[in-house]
Ligand binder design. Structure first.
Ligand code: GDP
Ligand code: IMO
Ligand code: MG
Length: 423
């Protein structure tokens, strides 16, 4: 943790690394927690004291009373889903309105953005991205096309702006011959969501964050998705539509690069991916099924099976470079507790050619593995590093040496308490 700085906690693979859990654990050390990219395509799970929450748009620092949480300008927000998410927290006893600010500049996801998401996916057929269906791509497209609606528009001529954008979407849908949809109920709920959202402070969050930094306060930027889903650096076109990397922190919160402090790169002890796209480490055998079953690898947002495989050092090294990662956080170590041998992908191979750096097109590459002995010990009850079996210590050392960064946190279970700080 650094003073007057923005530390970033970023998923560095394909998302679902456990960002929500660690942001919640880190929050006591920070003054402000802010989301800078993505929207309700994210599903961040937090478990403590027998309670479980899955957050989509609300930052994972929300459970700590007295901390300011921000939905930054780089985010996209669906008012109806936001209302459902916030009301669930309110009924669990958390007073959100005093601690959650929303950027005026964040973009609104309209019901017709979600229809467009489905229509574009249907048009792509077998090349579909496998999106979460939350309207993310169409909303960021409108942002880039300068036709989007922003949260700040709620306060100015809103109905007219809404109707104009909706009519534009309806025209695109007619052109695509995608007319079999009915948003009547969804739209009514969405409008209620707009009213509900208006009760929250809608502010110039970039100014608030910079003022906090000037006062020497600490900000934690909570990543969504992961680097391999980044619009520029991921496995394009099988990516999300925002910058999920450190660069996205600067643009998505309005902070200068020299304000960035620590960059925590978070990954699992193995790999998963949800949705389509290249995944050289994917296991189609019983080992993949075993990882999925033990790790409960089913999507928090869509319930889809997550594709599973061994850890991918090629992708991790690339993500560490792109993000300027200073510390690593390894999650879900316990999922590998029963494996006799653990494998790590050290290179990709295609047509006799081998690469250890991320290729432009990851399609069709085969993973090249090194084997590491498994620890075959239950890690879930361990509370400090000195209880770790030697084989697990060796796996950590192996990764630190291959990735040239220290692993400073190890997670051995989903609960807040199952988090071990390394010396
Ligand atoms: P996020 O999107 O990066 O916040 O991650 P998700 O919440 O989508 O997925 C992580 C899943 O793994 C959730 O179900 C967590 O409860 C769970 N989880 C987090 N850390 C651990 C861990 O160390 N061990 C196990 N077994 N589960 C974990
Ligand atoms: P968190 O924050 C895992 C994936 C989708 C799809 C692609 C594009 O929980 O880690 P989108 O709806 O964004 O247009 O989908 O990106 N995807 C995620 N995968 N975790 C996420 O978020 C994801 N958000 C999007 O499955 O392949
Ligand atoms: Mg998730």
């Amino acid at each position: 943790m650094s003073t007057g700085k923005v530390d970033a906690l970023l998923g560095i693979v394909f998302g679902d690394e456990g960002k929500g859990k660690v942001v919640d654990v880190f929050t006591p050390q920070y003054d402000v927690v802010a989301r800078f990219a993505g929207g309700p395509n994210a599903g961040h799970t937090i478990i403590f004291e027998g309670k479980k929450f899955v957050l989509r748009s609300i930052p994972s620092g929300i459970f700590d009373e007295g901390k300011l949480n921000i939905i930054g300008n780089g985010c996209v927000i669906a008012p109806d889903l936001f209302m459902a998410e916030a009301q669930e927290l309110e009924s669990a006893g958390y007073d959100l309105k005093s601690r959650l600010h929303i950027s005026r500049r964040a973009h609104l996801i309209l019901p017709t953005h979600r229809v467009l998401d489905r229509a574009y996916e249907a048009a792509k057929g077998k090349n579909k991205v496998g999106t979460t269906g939350k309207g993310i791509g169409p909303t960021y497209s409108d942002k880039a096309s300068r036709t989007g609606l922003r949260v700040g528009d709620i306060q100015q001529n809103f109905q007219e702006k809404y109707e104009t954008l909706k009519a534009r979407h309806e025209q695109i849908l007619r052109d695509l011959h995608y007319t079999d949809y009915d948003i009547t109920d969804e739209e009514a709920l969405w409008m209620r969501g707009i009213q509900y959202m208006s009760q929250f402070p809608i502010t110039d969050t970039e100014i608030e964050i910079n003022q906090a930094l000037e006062e020497g306060k600490n900000v934690l930027a909570e990543g969504a998705q992961g680097t391999m889903l980044d619009i520029d650096h991921g496995t394009y076109p099988f990516v999300s539509s925002s910058n999920t990397c450190t660069g996205g922190v600067c643009t998505g919160l309005g902070v200068a690069p020299n304000r960035i402090g620590e960059v925590f790169g978070i990954f699992k002890a193995y790999s998963t991916r949800v949705g389509s796209g290249p995944f050289p480490v994917e296991l189609f055998d019983e080992i993949g099924d075993k990882i999925r079953e033990i790790g409960h690898e089913y999507g928090a947002v869509t319930g889809r099976n997550r594709r599973c495989g061994w850890i991918d050092l090629v992708a991790l090294r690339y993500a560490i470079m792109i993000n300027g990662v200073t510390q690593l956080i390894m999650m879900k170590s316990d999922v590998l507790d029963t494996f006799e041998t653990i494998r790590a992908c050290v290179a990709y191979e295609k047509n006799g050619q081998r690469t250890t750096t991320m290729p432009y097109d990851t399609e069709g590459w085969q993973a090249v593995y090194e084997d590491i002995p498994g620890w075959q010990t239950d890690l879930t009850q361990m509370t400090s590093q000195d209880q770790f079996p030697e084989a697990f210590q060796n796996y950590i050392k192996y990764l630190e040496s291959a990735l040239e960064r220290p692993i400073t946190i190890v997670s051995v279970g989903p609960d807040r308490a199952q988090t071990i700080e390394m010396n």
